[in-house]
Design a protein around this ligand. Structure first.
Ligand code: GLC
Length: 622
């Protein structure tokens, strides 16, 4: 056990190397993709398409931190097969297209009413319920496969929405990184690994793309929000075409929002791929290791911030419009923590990465301490805030962030249940955003960012506030909605984010899968099962909408897409995991005992002792 006298000292526990799954240091045999950038355009040309699939050994020429991680060109991918259409797998495991099977809805497959004869009512009800559920699941699989996007003849992702009724496509015809996560998990659970592997490798190539917005370039570790496969005329040959990948890092997105969550999700999916397929060779590849490090470097870079949480602009994640979540939003912190935990397992302990691993470990401890201590609210904590003294200038201030008690919103005084609690949405100097954000709370449970007691309390609150958070469609993206002047000021009078719609308190069925993983982790799957049942009654009939509106989630969202892929995939992942809860482990992280020790040292340390030069601190190893 380790006992230390201060925060600084407690962080010294983690100067050693991180645990690692399995690592073969013979990097020179890792396969390597080469590309050439077409200057003056925003498209990337992939050459040697086959190398990504065939693992051809080449000698890597990685210059870490340098743009040109991959050079040279070799072959061209011409006239690859169509990206849409119903796809399925033949005996040989190759994909083919069957456009006739498009949009085979549940109505067409004949959802029959309850026609009872002499059969026992209960048994029949159960049987017919499960057969209806099977039909819905089958339809969901058909639609998911139909959404697959191909590149150079291989599946590499799923389109965001496949809505034939929508007049404006916007960017819903693209593969979004965050939207692909439930699709990828669904394929992993079905033991269909290729599409996930291809997705991971192709998006990795996009990471090193030179991106600019009005002459400014964001950090090199940034992953795109989305990408599109375009068919373009082949240079120098008018009669032929080729496929290119065209990424969007936010430079074309509405509001020019930076997709901070993309890289974090990418790391989480990579670990899930390794854990479920058992194929560690992907994680061990030098380009993949470099990709992980680039994301980490970007996230762990020093800045002006006083907090261990990641400082971001508004709309950096699933909520990708102005919603007043800039600063230190919970969703980003939960994904950040989860990605750090996953990367810690996967990083190769090689020369040169010791500093990065040390920084990663230190950040994990500081981040979990900060979130558990300062983001947590329950009735007791609320009462403490209510009685806070303000303007405390000192190192041992109780009200460290100078929160004025009048900030406690009237709705919360009524809403907070006697049993249960949650993590608030954001914490800034003199500002607590008390809204409940679902994804951030779910993923804090999944990643062990919060304690076991806090995790259970979050689920208690969900049960207690079911009528507000679930009602007629799981799950509210946040609660409550911003209304009136608050809506005007915080969203900038955004007509898409009116109260109880879209990001402003809308209900998003895709959130089912994250809820399911959280419930399984806490051994309370019945909560998720109840939510899935509610969703199942409407999703297929409503044509798998992106989101629902109104306080109870009764209407299909005003501008909601139909056949939204992550609605379909989220439902499937929930069903698959509830049927086989053990498999949820590929997404969870358990609390590490080293972290727990360091964490408890921080709690017991006297903040006054934190001053002074670092080397005056002592480390006690017992
Ligand atoms: C919307 C959502 C975003 C999602 C995208 C594609 O912009 O806000 O989270 O990734 O649609 O579905």
């Amino acid at each position: 056990m380790v006992a230390m006298g201060s925060l600084e000292a407690s962080l010294q526990v983690f100067s050693g190397a991180a645990p690692f799954i399995k690592y073969d240091s013979t990097y020179s045999f890792g396969s390597f993709l080469k590309y050439k950038k077409k200057t003056g355009t925003n498209v990337m040309r992939f050459f040697k398409c086959s190398s990504i699939y065939n693992q051809v050994p080449t000698i890597p020429t990685v210059r870490f931190g340098n743009l040109k991680r991959f050079e040279s060109l070799d072959c061209k991918c011409q006239n690859a097969e169509s990206v849409s259409g119903f796809t399925t797998e033949n005996e040989n495991g190759t994909w083919f297209v069957d456009n006739d099977s498009k949009f085979n809805t549940i109505q067409e497959t004949g959802r029959s009413p309850n026609l009872l004869g002499s059969k026992d009512v209960q048994t029949f009800k159960k049987e017919s319920e499960s057969s209806v559920s099977d039909i819905i699941e089958e339809e969901a699989w058909d639609l998911l496969r139909e959404s697959i996007v191909h590149y150079c003849g291989s599946p590499i992702g799923t389109i965001a929405a496949n809505d034939p009724t929508s007049s404006s496509v916007l960017n819903y015809d693209q593969v979004f990184i965050r939207d692909f996560i439930p699709s990828g998990i669904a394929f992993l659970l079905k033991e269909e690994y290729d599409i996930v592997r291809n997705f991971i490798l192709h998006t990795l190539q996009l990471q090193s793309w030179e991106k600019t917005m009005d002459c400014h370039s964001p950090g090199q570790g940034l992953m795109p929000a989305s990408f599109k496969v375009r068919t373009v005329p082949l240079e120098g040959d008018d009669t032929a075409t080729e496929e290119v990948l065209d990424p969007d890092f936010g430079e074309a997105a509405i509001g020019r929002v930076a997709p901070v969550d993309s890289g974090l999700w990418w790391i989480i999916l990579l670990r899930a791929y390794g854990k479920s397929s058992g194929d560690m060779s992907l994680v061990e590849r030098i380009d993949v290791q470099t990709g992980i490090k680039m994301i980490l470097k970007l996230c762990l870079a020093d800045g002006f911030d006083m907090f261990p949480t990641l400082l971001v602009a508004d709309g950096p994640c699933m909520i990708d419009r102005r919603m007043g979540i800039h600063g230190h939003p919970l969703e980003i912190q939960a994904l950040f923590y989860s990605a750090l935990m996953c990367a810690r397992e996967m990083l190769a302990p090689e020369d040169g990465s010791a500093d990065l691993i040390r920084a990663l470990n230190n950040r994990l401890v500081a981040l979990s301490f900060h979130i558990r201590e300062y983001y947590w609210v329950d009735l007791k904590k609320l009462n403490e805030i209510y009685r806070y003294k303000t303007e405390e200038y000192s190192y041992d201030a109780v009200n460290k962030f100078n929160i004025y008690p009048d900030q406690i919103p009237p709705w919360l005084v009524e809403w907070m249940p006697n049993k249960g609690g949650y993590l608030i949405g954001n914490l800034q100097p003199a500002h607590m955003d008390f809204r409940f954000f679902s994804l951030g709370n779910f993923w804090s449970v999944v990643s062990s960012l919060v304690t076991v007691d806090q995790s259970n309390a979050i689920l208690d609150l969900i049960e207690a506030k079911w009528a507000d958070l679930v009602a007629d469609m799981p799950f509210k993206i946040c609660y409550p909605a911003l209304e009136g002047q608050e809506w005007q000021i915080i969203t900038g009078s955004d007509p898409k984010n009116t109260p109880w719609s879209y990001h402003n308190g809308g209900s998003w069925p895709t959130l089912l899968w994250q809820l399911t993983v959280a419930c399984i982790k806490m051994d309370r799957p019945e909560i998720a099962a109840k939510a899935v049942k509610i969703a199942e009654e409407r999703l297929a009939q409503d044509k798998w909408p992106e989101y629902y509106d109104t306080k109870r989630g009764r209407f299909i969202g005003k501008q909601s897409r139909l056949y939204q892929t992550w609605t379909i995939a989220g439902y499937l992942v929930s069903k698959l995991l509830l049927a086989n809860p053990n498999k949820a482990k590929i997404l969870m992280s358990d609390e590490d005992s080293d972290l727990v020790n360091a964490f408890s040292c921080m709690i017991t340390s006297n903040p006054r002792k934190k001053r002074g030069p670092k080397n005056s601190q002592k480390t006690y190893i017992v």
